[in-house]
Design a protein around this ligand. Structure first.
Ligand code: SAM
Length: 306
């Protein structure tokens, strides 16, 4: 059941909550950190970090603990997954905000890092994410740095601005970005050809929910259009330590989504159900597992001088 304009409400169930927590720790393991290693927040005073669509707030909680001098602000359209207040770090505040709503004035130009992860679902129906991206960019900081012996504001330098880190799976090319691992590669040399039920389910999901994979594939280009610089999309195959973990998560997600898929499109849902059974057989009988390439798109508001 979709509650109000909150498309995600159908997914916010108990199995979803535990799956999201599990997935958070898998993602953290991929980069061995929450903040992408290419982001440098050293030597920043009054550091402010925002986590949007934060869900259970695990990313924000860990970052608040890792950066005790930072002020971290987490938000989501729905706060039902957020831990109880006494369990939140004292430098983390949480508020309700939908990124389809206007950006609160107090957040404009405020943050040294804005982070968002795994939000393609609310863009179902092939929505263009650029208007929302523009909002994220408007939240990035532009700080003045007073040069020695300079008193006039027009002679101050602007420091390099805030970073945007947007993490997603690399949805666009399912055939390339759904990666496989087989226990016995000599027996199953090309699992992506012979054991590709997982890729087929991926395609069914993208099509049935009308996720705008083409737009998400162009995030780097959209960052540049929105004025960000040093833009880079970092793609990573999950390392062996968590490959199987990503498979289990993906399997659980499909199993959880089958009724939703069937409600949207019975034929597509039933095909996905059949493919899920095949995925299980492929794993149990042939030792074949799949995962997705993770993608972190990083950009930074440029330095400017006055
Ligand atoms: C797949 S979960 C990801 C949660 C978290 N970012 C993570 O990586 O674990 C998607 C999140 O987006 C939130 N969400 C959905 N639509 C939203 C909107 N319009 N504005 C803000 N958050 C939204 C959901 O409530 C949910 O917590």
């Amino acid at each position: 059941m979709v509650i109000g304009n909150d498309e995600y409400s159908i997914w916010r169930t108990a199995p979803d909550a535990s799956r999201l927590c599990y997935q958070h720790f898998l993602w953290r393991e991929v980069h061995k950190s929450n903040i992408h290693p290419s982001i440098d927040l050293n030597n920043k005073q009054d550091l402010r970090i925002a986590e949007l669509a934060a869900g259970h707030c695990l990313w924000a909680m860990q970052v608040a603990e890792e950066y005790p001098h930072a002020q971290v602000e987490a938000s989501d359209i729905n706060l039902s997954l957020v831990p109880p207040k006494p369990d939140l770090p004292s430098n983390l505040s949480v508020s309700k905000w939908s990124f389809f709503d206007p950006v609160p004035e107090k957040w404009k130009g405020a943050f040294d890092l804005v982070h968002v992860r795994l939000v393609i679902q609310p863009f179902g129906g092939y929505l263009d994410p650029r208007a929302v991206l523009q909002k994220f960019v408007s939240m990035l900081s532009m700080r003045f740095r007073r040069l020695q012996n300079v008193k006039r504001v027009d002679q101050m330098m602007l420091e390099p601005g805030g970073y945007l880190q947007w993490d997603e799976y690399d949805y666009f090319d399912a055939d390339k970005n759904n990666v496989y691992s087989a226990n016995d590669p000599s027996r199953v040399p090309n699992p992506e050809v012979t054991h590709n039920a997982s890729t087929k389910v991926w395609k069914i999901m993208m099509k049935t929910f009308q996720w705008p994979t083409e737009h998400f594939d162009r995030l780097s280009e959209y960052y540049a259009q929105a004025g960000l610089e040093n833009v880079a999309a970092h793609r990573k195959r999950p390392p062996p330590s968590v490959f199987r973990g990503f498979f289990e998560h993906w399997y659980a997600l499909i199993a959880q989504l089958l009724p939703v898929l069937e409600a949207r499109d019975m034929e597509a849902g039933q095909e996905a159900r059949h493919l899920l059974t095949q995925m299980k057989k492929d794993a149990l009988l042939d030792g074949v597992y799949s995962a997705h390439i993770t993608k972190s798109v990083i950009g930074r508001k440029p330095e400017a001088s006055r």
